[in-house]
Design a protein around this ligand. Structure first.
Ligand code: FES
Ligand SMILES: [Fe+2]
Length: 340
């Protein structure tokens, strides 16, 4: 048997140098699909949802024809916000909170309120900045960059893995948010391996056969598999999609986990529990999810402190358990132009 080598980890600087943050925003987050919510949350005309994703304020709205439109939540006058809450329903136009410019649901500037006569000002030049929006299995994603591949192509390995699991009646039953004091990559890498499960997650370890935990990479997706023990909470299937989405399949539904950076030193986890008909997730599901999150939050914050301390520079990755971490680090390096 030929032994696989243990690749070197990315340098600690990757996780603590704030000057990397604007580079990652532009090179990774502006170019990749970002999960927003389930499309059923935008049922009626004019209903909208707003999120700030990696520092980009985005709004998605249901238009008069039943389609979905996404824009930067940035007015073309003097950069005011169109909405300041997280969700709502507008009256057929998006009205800027600052001076009241009104935009049609297709983004065109309909009225520059009381602007006065002005030579050389043509409202047709001031439509909202558009953002791509696509859905997969009812999940709504946005992408700032026009050139990114179709969402369905990105999701193809997850689709194959899910097979005939039917998600058509899933709705958002609950949303939860957790803030972690760590760089987003510190958390993502923790998600990408099951090596730590027997040590860090005693209750999860009782629910799945963690000795059989397996992670492999297909396209830009890391697929996890761990056979569940009988009557556990988990279905034994997890997927992670570049750069920051977790798909956690439960016996009673699915939880979509968005791992959004707030800045270079903090990460926000948004959990969307999707259940049949939007029922409350079961207490067992929530208890398991809360325990695992608390354990992961504790360890990634300790790791981040140690990365910040400046003693550790690089380590080695297990070829048996941490292949997806190695793949992730290679994709980050590629995206940011192999900047050391
Ligand atoms: S910034 Fe939007 S109307 Fe002035
Ligand atoms: Fe974990």
């Amino acid at each position: 048997m030929t032994l696989q080598s243990a690749p070197e980890t990315a340098p600690a600087l990757w996780y603590r140098d704030p000057s990397r943050w604007p580079v990652e925003r532009a090179a990774i987050f502006a170019k990749s699909w970002q999960f927003v919510t389930h499309e059923s949350a935008l049922a009626e005309t004019g209903s909208w949802r707003a999120e700030t994703l990696a520092g980009y304020p985005i709004i998605v709205v249901r238009d008069e024809k039943g389609g979905l439109r996404a824009f930067h939540n940035v007015c073309r006058h003097r950069a005011g916000p169109l909405v300041s809450e997280r969700s709502g329903v507008c009256d057929g136009a998006l009205t800027c909170r600052y001076h009241g410019w009104r935009y049609a649901l297709d983004g065109r500037l309909r009225q520059a309120r009381d602007f006065g006569p002005a030579a050389g000002f043509d409202p047709r030049d001031f439509a909202l900045f558009p953002v791509r929006v696509e859905c997969w299995r009812g999940l709504l994603f946005v992408c700032i960059e026009a050139e990114a591949p179709a969402l369905a192509d990105l999701m193809a390995p997850v689709e194959r893995r899910l097979g005939d699991r039917d998600w058509s009646n899933l709705r958002v039953g609950l949303e939860r948010m957790h803030v972690l004091d760590c760089n987003w990559k510190t958390y993502v890498e923790n998600y990408l391996e099951g090596y730590h499960v027997p040590i860090m997650h005693p209750s999860l370890d009782r629910d799945i056969r963690s000795e059989a935990y397996r992670v492999w990479v297909e396209g830009r997706v890391a697929l996890h598999e761990a056979p569940p023990r009988e009557q556990g909470v988990y279905d034994g299937v997890w997927a992670w999609v570049w750069p920051n989405i977790g798909v956690n399949v439960y016996q009673s539904g699915v939880m979509i986990e968005r791992m959004s950076p707030i800045g270079p030193a903090q990460t926000r986890l948004d959990y969307f529990y999707l259940t049949p008909g939007g029922a409350e997730p079961t207490p067992e599901t929530l208890a398991m999810s809360d325990d695992v999150t608390a354990e992961d939050k504790w360890i990634v914050e300790r790791v981040q402190e140690n990365l910040n301390a400046g003693v550790y520079q690089t380590g080695r990755l297990s070829p048996k358990h941490e292949g997806a971490v190695a793949a992730f680090q290679a994709w980050v390096a590629e995206a940011i132009g192999n900047r050391a």
